[in-house]
Write a protein that binds this ligand. Structure first.
Ligand SMILES: OC[C@H]1O[C@H](O[C@H]2O[C@H](CO)[C@@H](O)[C@H](O)[C@H]2O)[C@H](O)[C@@H](O)[C@@H]1O
Length: 800
């Protein structure tokens, strides 16, 4: 065995600015070949290295991370090796470590092809391998051959088209290689240890400012029809459909290559300037309407007369609950086997088990919506459907490393609020199916760790450092499903700012609150502005941090049940750490509530958003102060006067025209406030009464809307009983998964005390003699303007 010395320096460049220069000299590492590379994780999400054409039998790859390097395992096949994020090999990985130099020495397992050029690509790991790469610079050509190389360098240019394929890198970079000798033999495990001990890494300590420079980021997915490219742009800007989402939900009639070829012809024939009619014809010729991706399906576990109906004493509400229970059948979808067989022709992702969708334009399953949908399905006794949906999510974690925003390919590079673990808890609480936990606890950990590794950043406050989670999607291009809308706003900002705007758009979509003044940051650090002021990545949202805290607690509890005390303690520590952060950073003693934090100046965003009370719901506060916390939160809600609206609690007090603002009220947020108060009712004398009152308002409004148009809305207006919400970038939708789920939950939990308006009227008539008043009784809106578009939407829904 020979000893060789290799010397590689990797220069990571951030667009026009050289971010830093790193050079590493390895004095004596006793194994065949080591590739050293330095990764700075500050400002990067989901770093991922892919090494093509590496001499993998004879090589190790060493990744030296500045802070949190979210990858550790190396997998390989043929001439492509990639480093995956989840380590089985590297127990030294501590995702929360703030150590300057994390060292990973990873054996490769692929085969060596020394007639190929090698290339090293830094990509966004979460998204997996972002297109194949090929050498882009002659100087890289010797990398991997084990030849004597001196001061070779190669600069990969992001987004280049190589060999007919486009590839993306998170950063441009250069590789300098200087190997003084090579060897032929292979030594693995032992050498690994020697590697770690032999390498001095002090010089690697690099501090890199997390500058916000323009970088080349990947598109929403790799499909040049559904996610980026001229075809998508041409069709979307032609405005063939009122809703941008329609086009990206259509199915290709032919293979993507053939459709691209046809598009090429169209452009050629029209000198790159087709008329709207010609584009429409092209779409007609090459795409089928949305819907061919599904097969007819009725949930097998749907039964008449589910048990929960008997908990509802008001006969009018009970009859309505039966209707709601029926609606599950309309919202069920089974993905056609054609999607499995020819995935490239569909934007729909294939999953084995049927799903329950929100409804309307939301034809596919959504991540966080499913929490409330599943809660309702469980009340409806549909445990098989629920288990299937959970298995789909687990599969997605396996495939994408996380759960995508929704079941379409254009959603796969962003997620939504992480409710998979709480959903599993709902299911297990209901069924006692601990086998599901022992089968899937690893995937639950993986989901939580995705957020910890890829959506967590370090902040300093009053001399202490904290880890806070954020929505942060480092993906370029307009959202395909809202292409026109995003593109238009982007034209109003300088070209250099557009990528960042697209990042903010997607990060907002990941938050589930798309969009809201919650994400506007103006010059005065307030929440005024418009969509071009989106600054989601500058904010640490309290609900996300609270949710992750809860996730860690659930996992810890399950590990105790499974008898793995080591893991149980580990996640208990994560939970405690997050709880402490919520208390020390997010809690505001003066106002008695938690706030989002602007991490660019570490100031609290002292604005009312219903998400502010999330830690009360998730139990992420010090239980020893429970009564005090509860009293303060109730006081805060009263002071904000948000308990006074007739139709529920508003999302915010800002009327911006955005859908996650006033006057809209959303089912998941009503659930949040009502259940936070109900579950903690022992902590405060008023908690039970307020939760009942809020549940009553919400149910009355939902019921009234249903009476008017025989449909459930996606969101409601807090000022008018029964009226749908509005604003945002698409018309209000009917269906509706989470609304039905929350209505069933309230009808079940408060069913013995809720009275429909008709019943109330009777009660009122009786009460007049005693001077009773009906604060919640609303006059019915028979001729309200809102009914016109809504009736049309409802008619469409019913006609399905
Ligand atoms: O098409 C625009 C956006 O639509 C979705 O967001 C809204 O509907 C979802 C499904 O009910 C819901 O989860 C989300 O909270 C709503 O704001 C979609 O999730 C977005 O990614 C999409 O851009």
């Amino acid at each position: 065995m020979k000893i060789f010395t290799s010397w590689i320096s990797v220069i990571i460049r951030k667009s026009s600015t050289w971010g830093y220069l790193f050079q590493r000299h390895i004095s004596s590492c006793v194994y065949p070949r080591v590739y050293w590379t330095k990764v700075d994780c500050i400002g990067l999400q989901n770093n991922h290295f892919k090494i093509n054409n590496l001499d993998s039998k004879l090589s190790f790859v060493k990744v030296v991370g500045h802070r949190i390097c979210p990858f550790t395992t190396m997998t390989g096949s043929s001439d492509i090796l990639s480093i995956d994020k989840d380590s089985k090999h590297n127990s030294k990985t501590d995702m929360r470590s703030t150590q300057t130099n994390l060292r990973y020495c990873i054996p490769g397992t692929g085969t060596y092809r020394n007639n190929h050029n090698a290339s090293l690509v830094l990509t966004d790991g979460l998204e997996g391998i972002l297109g194949k790469t090929a050498p882009t610079h002659d100087d890289a050509s010797d990398l991997g051959r084990g030849a004597d190389l001196r001061k070779r360098s190669a600069v990969m240019t992001s987004g280049q088209t190589v060999g007919g394929r486009r590839h993306w890198t998170s950063r441009s970079f250069a590789v300098d290689i200087n190997m003084t000798s090579t060897i032929k033999s292979t030594v693995l495990g032992l050498v690994l240890v020697m590697c770690f001990s032999n390498v001095g890494l002090a010089a690697a300590a690099q501090t890199v400012a997390a500058t916000n420079t323009t970088t080349t980021l990947p598109p929403p997915c790799d499909s040049n029809i559904y996610c980026y490219g001229e075809l998508l742009k041409t069709v979307q800007l032609a405005r063939l459909h009122e809703d941008s989402k329609y086009f990206v939900d259509m199915t290709l009639k032919f293979s993507p290559a053939r459709v691209q070829e046809n598009f090429g012809k169209l452009m050629e024939d029209t000198s790159d300037d087709p008329t709207r009619k010609q584009v429409a014809q092209f779409v007609d010729d090459n795409f089928d309407e949305p819907g061919t991706e599904f097969e007819p399906w009725t949930p097998e576990d749907w039964q008449e007369n589910p048990a929960f109906l008997s908990n509802i004493s008001d006969p009018i509400y009970r009859a309505w609950a039966e209707d709601l229970h029926e609606i599950w059948k309309d919202l069920g979808r089974k993905i056609s086997i054609a999607v499995k067989e020819e995935p490239d022709r569909f934007s729909q992702l294939y999953v084995d088990n049927p799903v329950v969708v929100p409804g309307g334009r939301f034809r596919e399953c959504y991540y966080w919506d499913s929490y409330w949908t599943i809660d309702g399905l469980l009340l409806s006794g549909m445990t098989t459907t629920v288990k299937g949906m959970l298995e789909n999510f687990i599969k997605m974690v396996e495939e994408y490393g996380m759960v995508p925003n929704g079941g379409r390919v254009y959603y796969t590079r962003r997620s939504q609020p992480p409710y998979m673990i709480p959903m599993i808890k709902l299911y297990v609480d209901h069924t006692q199916d601990m086998q599901f936990i022992s089968d899937n606890i690893g995937h639950m950990e993986r989901e939580l760790n995705f957020w910890i590794k890829n959506r967590t950043t370090e902040v300093t406050y009053k001399g202490k450092t904290y880890e806070v989670a954020q929505y942060n999607v480092q993906v370029d291009e307009p959202r395909p499903e809202s292409y026109r809308e995003d593109y238009k706003v982007a034209q109003s900002v300088p070209e250099n700012d557009r990528t960042q705007l697209y990042v903010e758009y997607k990060s907002g979509a990941e938050s589930g609150w798309d969009y809201s003044s919650r994400w506007f940051v103006d010059e005065a650090n307030a929440n005024q502005g418009s969509l071009k002021d989106l600054a989601v990545t500058s904010i640490a949202p309290v609900d996300l941090n609270s949710l992750l805290c809860y996730n860690a607690k659930i996992i810890s509890d399950y590990y105790w049940e499974l008898g793995d005390s080591k893991k149980a303690k580990r996640y208990e520590a994560v939970h405690e750490d997050k709880k402490k952060t919520l208390t020390e950073l997010f809690w505001d003693e003066r106002d008695g509530v938690w706030y989002d934090i602007n991490i660019t100046n570490m100031r609290k965003r002292r604005f009312f958003y219903l998400s502010n009370i999330h830690p009360l719901w998730s139990g992420s506060y010090n239980k020893s102060n429970g009564e005090e916390v509860m009293a303060k939160v109730i006081n805060y809600l009263k002071k904000q006067k948000v308990l006074d609206y007739i139709g529920g609690v508003p999302t915010s007090t800002q009327n911006t025209g955005q859908q996650w603002d006033f006057p809209n009220a959303w089912a998941p947020l009503q659930h949040l406030v009502v259940m936070a108060l109900r579950e903690n009712r022992d902590l405060h004398e008023e908690a039970d009464a307020i939760s009942l009152q809020l549940a009553e308002k919400w149910i009355q409004s939902n019921w009234q809307g249903y009476e008017d148009v025989k449909a459930m809305f996606e969101k409601y207006n807090v000022e008018i009983i029964g009226a749908p919400g509005g604003g945002g970038e698409y018309d209000v939708q009917v269906g509706f998964g989470w609304t039905n789920g929350v209505a069933l939950r309230f009808l079940n939990d408060f069913g013995d005390r809720l009275k429909s308006p008709e019943q109330e009227q009777e009660r009122a008539a009786e009460a007049t003699t005693t001077g009773g008043s009906l604060s919640l009784h609303a006059s019915k809106l028979s001729s309200a303007n809102y009914l016109i578009p809504v009736v049309a939407a409802a008619a469409n829904f019913l006609a399905r």
